[in-house]
Structures are given as C-alpha cells and as structure tokens.
Design a protein around this ligand. Structure first.
Ligand code: PBG
Length: 326
C-alpha cells in the first residue's frame, strides 16, 4: 500500500501525549456540596453513591475533603430547615447556605460558588413565585418579574456571607441583569455571575432532586427550562445573559448536550462551564455497580469529552474521584 497519510504514526506511546489536544486538570473542576439544615449527621444520597448531605457543622470538613484532592472550587446547595410558598429561607441572613458560606470562607481557601434558586426553598418546589392558578393549569407558570425580586435578595445575601461567585439556575428571564444590578448597588461589583444560561428541562436531574429535596410538588419545569429539542434557542439565551453581564456561561446537562457546548464555545468568548449532572453521574455508578462498565475510565472519558467539546470548567460529582486519579 502507498499510504501517504498514516495517522497511526502519532499514536505510539512516546508521541501520543505530545499531540494530545485536550487535557483535564483538577483546576477545571467544581464539586457540588449539599448542606442540610434538617440533620446533625451526614446523610448518604442513595441515588448518588459516594455523596452525602452534610449538616452545617460538617460543611467545613466536607470542603476540606474536596480541597485535599486538589479541587479548588465548590458549588453549594442548601436544604433549609423549613419551606414556604415564597421560599423565604433562601435569602435569610441565617439561612443554611449563608451560614455555610461564612464558615467555609473563614476556614478554608476554597473558591465558594452558590446556586441562586428558589426550588429547594419553596414548598411547591418550583423555581419562583407561582401564578395563583398554577396548580390547576396543565403547565405551571411562574410570575417572572416578581421572582426576579427574590433572586436579587438571594444573590445579595450570598455575597454578604462571602460567596466568591453566584450562579443563578432558575431560567427566569432577566435574572442575570437583575442580579448584576442588585450586586452592584450593594457594593458587590467584584462578584462574578456564572449563569445557568442554557439549562434544559432534563430528566437527568432526577437524583439531584432527591438529594436537594427539590422536586416540584406538581407539574414540571417546562415553562421555564429549555426544550431539549432546541439548539438555536440556546444561542439566544446565552446572548441575552452576555448582554446582561454574565461572566461565565453554563450549559446543562453536559453529555447529552455536547453540541450546545461546542456551539457556545465557538460563538462566544466568555468562559464556558458545563454541568455534568446527577443523572450522568448516577448512570455510570449504576452500570459500574453491575460490573458492566469501568467507573474510573468512563468517568474520565466523560469529563475529557466535555472539555473537548469546548467547556473550560466542569461542575461534576466526579470532581474528587477524577482529581485523585490525575
Ligand atoms: C436548581 C438546580 C437543579 C440542578 C442544579 N440546580 C435542579 C433542577 O433544575 O431541577 C440540577 C443538578 C443535577 O442534576 O446535578 N435549580
């Protein structure tokens, strides 16, 4: 054979790593941490083996465990002691995330990101203020502009507690601009916003909703999260968030949406984050438990693929395992 091109020449051990296009580093990863105000001991999360909801008194220890693996950043989710219709515990000065943030920033050098949303704090489990007839309607609707008001309060309360970055995840129109304005007004113009910019209405969030106790009590989230069928709409969503002052653009979930990650990478110059969500974690764990897949290898390959698609940062429940592996 007279082959001028033999790509296999560059696949030998010596040269393979020299021509490698993508790499994973612990500094790319953000570990989710669940802080639970309803318990005083660690509670395993059944559908996410290896993960726990930790009480406030263990929040610092939990983040130190993450730091020991080399992962530098965490994103905090809170399970409040009580819930109500408007989610008032979400912006309470002594709320679970606010208190955890104060302790973690005082006692560790972790970079603390907070999830800004209402669904873990409302008794109905939706990400905003409901229309009064929401429960009887076929699709649940949220009062957009009233919700913005509450999101501003949450973000400011997190910044006051010392959050290094805030991450609004509710897919409420105008949320980034509203939060940017509120932070600036309160003197937090240095606190960046990582927007869950293209967040899909995905069935892969199931285990998280168990973990954070945030499943909607009725209806679903399709009136505010994106239709999985849409790609062009993701560009629109992201462009709006850029206009409103987002610093980091997130696509969520990650693996079923690699095309979206790639497109956002090519279209925009901001850092792109991808959320490798709870269902993506659970499915590998389950297959590995059955002995059908190698967990370390499939987890590594998943995260590498997310980076190759164009993500700069990855939020993932594999953060500690992969960082240890690296
Ligand atoms: C809250 C929020 C969710 C996730 C992150 N922030 C749940 C949802 O939108 O239902 C999902 C994360 C995961 O599945 O790992 N708004």
């Amino acid at each position: 054979m007279e082959l001028t091109q033999r790509p296999r020449r560059l696949r030998t051990d010596g040269v393979r790593s020299l021509v490698r296009e993508t790499d994973l580093a612990a500094s790319d990863l953000i570990a989710p941490v669940f802080v639970d105000a309803t318990t005083d001991k660690r509670q395993p999360i059944e559908s996410m083996p290896g993960h726990e909801r930790v009480p406030l008194d263990e929040a610092v220890a939990r983040v130190q465990e993450v730091r020991e693996t080399g992962v530098e950043a965490v994103i905090l989710f809170g399970i409040p002691e009580s819930k109500d219709e408007r989610g008032t515990r979400a912006w309470a000065e002594d709320g679970v995330v606010q208190e955890a943030t104060r302790r973690i920033t005082a006692e560790t050098d972790a970079y603390v990101i907070t999830d800004v949303c209402l669904c873990e704090y409302t008794d109905h489990g939706h990400c905003g203020v409901l229309e009064s007839d929401a429960q009887s309607e076929p699709t649940v609707t949220i009062k957009n502009d009233e919700t913005l008001d509450l999101l501003e309060r949450i973000a400011v309360s997190h910044a006051r507690a010392g959050a290094d970055m805030v991450a609004p995840s509710g897919m409420i129109d105008g949320m980034v601009g509203a939060i940017r304005g509120a932070l600036d007004e309160e003197g937090f113009e240095h606190v960046p916003i990582m927007s869950y910019a293209a967040k899909y209405e995905s069935a892969f969030y199931g285990p998280f909703r168990d973990a954070a106790d945030g499943a909607p009590a009725f209806g679903d989230r399709r009136h505010y999260q994106m239709d999985p069928a849409n790609a062009r709409e993701a560009r629109t969503e992201v462009a709006l968030d850029v206009e409103q002052g987002a610093d980091v653009l997130m696509v969520k979930p990650a693996l079923p949406y690699l095309d979206i990650i790639g497109e956002i990478r090519r279209e925009f110059d901001h850092p792109v984050a991808a959320y490798n969500v709870s269902g993506e974690y659970a499915m590998l764990q389950a297959a590995a438990e059955k002995g059908w897949l190698d967990l370390e290898e499939t987890a590594y390959e998943s995260l590498l693929s997310i980076k190759r698609a164009g993500a700069d940062l990855i939020l993932t429940y594999f953060a500690e395992d992969i960082a240890r592996q690296l």
